[in-house]
Design a protein. Structure first.
Length: 276
């Protein structure tokens, strides 16, 4: 899943507001292996200021309408607002990526109305962010086992979405790396991703490690130097059975993911160039 940020304040520094530039980036991501494009018009970095719905719509609808006609992969709208989700899904997106964890319950109803896929994200909204030379992060961990908390939270969200009319077959679970979680908790979730995958089945897992603060804090690096750390997480997530991996740097991430999936399959992995 390639990330397209239609924002001026993305934590990753890759936000674009010009429509043609966004569309060109999306096309390039598809050429280099992205199987889904995820378009968002509001930053979700720690401490980011909310964007009015009208402004968010003005950022995402023009590039979305172009991309619908120019790429042949599913398009996802990354939003926490039902009105933005409704208009984006009507314009051709088929995935609603809600990082808020259904903070507005109407989001599930919107996904159901459009027969869209819905990404359910575990997000601790009450956590307080901090800022230092490596950027924003959440310094305080929860009081219990973070895997138990995430499994319980996502199970509850799935039940809520199903009651709103979204079929279970259209739900995707995201453990929410970095969303209200300390760097250590995000690392623990990745370490136990296979366990998460088994316990949340049959929901497929989406994992978003790309350039995040826990990568920077594990390596002591700023956001523009986190590629190698991200790729390690991508390979590990693929090896653990993640179905979707959300990234900024598509080409190297596709290669890392393919290697992770090949290692998972072992002797059964399809090899493009087998020895004679």
């Amino acid at each position: 899943m390639g990330v397209l940020n239609a924002t001026p304040d993305s934590f990753s520094g890759d936000g674009l507001l010009a429509v043609e530039a966004l569309v060109a980036r999306g096309e390039e991501q598809v050429r280099t292996g992205a199987a889904i494009l995820d378009l968002g018009g509001e930053s979700t970095r720690p401490g980011a200021q909310p964007v009015p719905a009208a402004e968010e719509l003005a950022r995402v609808l023009p590039p979305l309408r172009h991309l619908v006609t120019r790429v042949r992969v599913p398009l996802s709208i990354d939003t926490q607002k039902p009105v933005v989700a409704d208009q984006a899904l009507a314009a051709g997106a088929c995935v609603l990526n809600d990082v808020s964890g259904l903070r507005d319950p109407e989001l599930a109803a919107v996904a159901a109305r459009h027969a869209a896929w819905l990404v359910l994200t575990h997000n601790r909204w009450t956590a307080c962010p901090a800022q230092d030379r490596l950027g924003g992060y959440y310094p305080t961990a929860g009081t219990g086992d973070v895997v138990e908390e995430v499994v319980a939270g996502l199970t509850h969200l799935a039940e809520q979405a199903i009651r709103a009319g979204v079929p279970e077959q259209r739900l995707i679970a995201d453990p929410g790396l970095g969303f209200g979680k300390s760097p250590a908790e995000s690392l623990e979730l990745l370490r136990r991703l296979e366990e998460l995958r088994r316990r949340l089945a049959p929901l497929p897992l989406l994992v978003g490690p790309s350039r995040k603060s826990f990568v920077g804090r594990a390596l002591g690096l700023p956001v523009n130097e986190r590629l190698e750390g991200t790729l390690a997480c991508v390979a590990l997530a693929a090896f653990a059975g993640a179905a979707i991996i959300r990234v900024h740097d598509v080409l190297p991430a596709v290669r890392a993911a393919r290697m992770g999936w090949a290692l998972r399959l072992g002797k059964d992995a399809p090899l493009i160039a087998e020895p004679a």
